[in-house]
Design a protein around this ligand. Structure first.
Ligand code: 4NP
Length: 162
């Protein structure tokens, strides 16, 4: 059972690259990295080719993760064939992905990332771009919770199906 996961936000310079870094690290720690393909992309094209935002790099490096080699790219309809799950950071991102989905089956691959962290009581990872530095800490806390929930879900599925 392939688990190809695309994390999607607006610019692909703040939330989704941080989610890519955190999920990758936690997958390694859980021994699930061989079972997963993880990538990120943005619905917008303003930052294509750019590294993550300085504030994102600073916040995630405090948690021991380096994502400075990532470069922003835009999500496209072809990503629905490449990935099993497209996880949106907020409802706007989800709506854009649903508009882009080539088939109804593809649309079923789209979920909110925080669906995997119901205990937070939060549905959306807030856009930190125009906020202060504290916004990035909140975003990282939510990303860690959703990553833990997602990896639990995948680990469970692998144990059941072998
Ligand atoms: P992200 O944050 O979607 O978490 O990468 C943003 C980055 C850039 C912009 C908005 C949000 N922007 O408007 O350029």
């Amino acid at each position: 059972m392939p688990h190809r996961i695309l994390l999607v936000c607006l610019g692909n310079i703040c939330r989704s690259p941080m989610a890519e870094g955190v999920l990758r690290r936690m997958a390694e720690e859980a021994g699930l990295d061989d079972a997963l393909i993880i990538d990120s992309a943005g619905t917008g094209d303003w930052h294509v080719g750019h590294p993550p935002d300085q504030r994102a790099l600073a916040a995630i490096s405090k948690r021991g993760i380096d994502i400075s080699d990532l470069r922003a790219r835009q999500v496209g309809p072809e990503d629905f064939a490449r990935f099993d799950l497209l996880l949106a950071m907020d409802r706007d991102n989800r709506a854009d992905l649903l508009d882009m989905a080539p088939t109804p089956e593809d649309a079923r691959k789209v979920r909110l990332f925080l669906d995997f962290a119901p205990e937070t009581g939060v549905a959306e990872v807030p856009d930190p771009y125009y906020g202060g530095r504290q916004g990035f800490e909140t975003v990282l806390d939510l990303i860690e919770a959703a990553s833990r929930g997602l990896l639990d879900h995948i680990g469970e599925k692998i144990r059941r199906t072998g």
